[in-house]
Design a protein around this ligand. Structure first.
Ligand code: CMC
Length: 399
């Protein structure tokens, strides 16, 4: 398919407002517009938050390398970094951690969740809950960046608690609260699995949260910025982002990967399954990426290490390391495609004993900080998103 289709600007006039005077000026004659399906390669926002530098193979988060943050920092450090622009000093970090872990989910939000059919997709239940949170925030309709920044740690904590309890509620159990005694990451995992967790498990989970925390302008972040650009509020923008993230081409890939690994059962099974799917021209979930398409997603390489460390610490799960390697090798040889983060996040969550329906909601909970930082940035330097179309329908029809 031809990717860029140049076409001439219409003869519409530009409207300029100068000191209250409206002036109509003709568009510059040499202006052309291009169409890029899926906005591939289009720069659609200016940001100080993150950048995927594919030449240097670095994911830059507010000046830091994401992989260094995953290896050396905690989730609350990254929350502080994204919200404040700098890595937090110990006192600020503690303040953020407390706000996140002390955040209360309004009981009526849990009541709403209890009313939803348990077979409803977990991302749809989460979407409803995120939207409902607005009803309990007196500043819900404010698009003021300072107010949004103040409320951000609480909202991150609330969404993490909702996700941690989503499956339990659907099973008829009561929700559990987070405790300020533990970090957000530890609370999140403890409530998800409701059993004692080891330090190695908490660290693996926390590293996955950091890996998911921010990633420039994927579909869900773009959706959030588009909504925010109307000066709509952060709950609306987050709700749009949940809907976007649900799709299997985006966040939904992590749970699809796990279903594929379980269906395959072992390495030989995975090889056969992938070959079968490729013969039918089906997509293999967990491979490919719009930005990294022909290279490895750096986050996937790191999550592969996280998986190996977890397997070593737990003394089980080696079969998933082997299976994933087989899948990786086949896809590289057959399609020249590499794994993305979702490919290695799936077995990590499986070995932690997390229900599969929660993999994409966890991605969302981890990404809430990145989304909020983008919403705040959008509201700070707002310009309404309102692109144009390349019309290919008929004209001149008579009634
Ligand atoms: N399996 C098989 N073939 C693939 C895959 C895949 N996973 N991904 C891309 N291709 C092929 C595709 O069929 C096409 O081949 P051809 O040119 O022969 O028609 C070529 O690669 C280019 O694909 P595209 O659809 O034009 O590329 P895109 O930039 O629109 O796709 C993608 C990006 C992520 C949607 C795609 O790679 C995909 O569907 N991957 C599987 C879903 C997935 O893992 N999504 C998670 C993405 S990373 C985390 C996140 O952001 O959520």
């Amino acid at each position: 398919m031809k990717r860029f289709l140049p076409f001439s600007a219409s003869d519409e006039s530009h409207l300029f407002l100068t000191s209250g005077l409206a002036l109509y000026l003709p568009r510059p004659m040499n202006e052309t517009k291009s169409y890029s399906p899926g906005l591939e390669g289009v720069i659609a926002a200016e940001t100080s938050l993150s950048f995927l530098d594919t030449e240097q193979e670095e994911i830059v988060i507010r000046g830091y390398d994401l992989l260094a943050l995953i290896r050396q920092k905690g989730y609350s450090d990254v929350v502080g970094l994204l919200l404040d622009g700098e890595l937090p000093a110990p006192q600020r970090r503690a303040e953020i951690e407390t706000e996140m872990t002390k955040a209360e989910v309004p009981p009526r939000v849990y009541e709403i969740l209890k009313l939803l059919p348990s077979q409803m997709h977990a991302m749809d239940r989460l979407r409803t809950a995120v939207s409902a949170l607005a009803g309990f925030d007196p500043e819900a309709n404010s698009a003021d960046p300072a107010s949004e920044k103040n409320r951000a740690p609480r909202v991150i904590g609330q969404i993490a608690q909702i996700v941690a309890n989503l499956h339990h509620i659907a099973q008829g159990s009561s929700p559990e609260r987070f405790s300020p005694e533990y970090s957000l990451a530890e609370n999140f995992l403890r409530v998800l699995v409701r059993r004692p967790v080891s330090a190695a498990e908490v660290r693996a989970f926390e590293q996955s949260l950091i890996a998911y925390s921010e990633h420039e302008l994927p579909n869900s972040t773009f959706a959030a910025r588009v909504v925010a650009s109307t000066l709509s509020d952060m709950y609306g923008a987050l709700t749009a982002a949940v809907a976007s993230l649900k799709g299997p081409l985006h966040g939904g890939a992590n749970e699809a990967v796990m279903y594929m690994l379980l269906e395959a059962k072992n390495s030989q099974g995975l090889e056969a399954l992938i070959r079968q799917k490729l013969a039918k021209k089906e997509r293999i979930m967990g491979f490919g990426h719009r930005v990294y398409m022909r290279r490895m997603d750096p986050r996937a390489q790191l999550l592969k290490e996280v998986l190996q460390n977890l397997v070593q610490a737990a003394g089980r799960g080696q079969e998933y390391v082997e299976m994933c390697q087989v899948g990786e090798d086949i896809m590289r040889t057959e399609k020249g495609l590499y794994p993305n983060l979702d490919y290695y996040a799936a077995p990590v969550y499986y070995l932690l004993g997390i229900p599969i329906e929660l993999y994409t909601p966890i991605f969302f909970a981890a990404r809430t900080v990145g989304l909020l930082a983008h919403i705040i940035e959008q509201h700070s330097e707002n310009r309404l998103y309102r692109p144009r179309v390349l019309y290919k329908g008929p004209r001149g029809k008579k009634i």
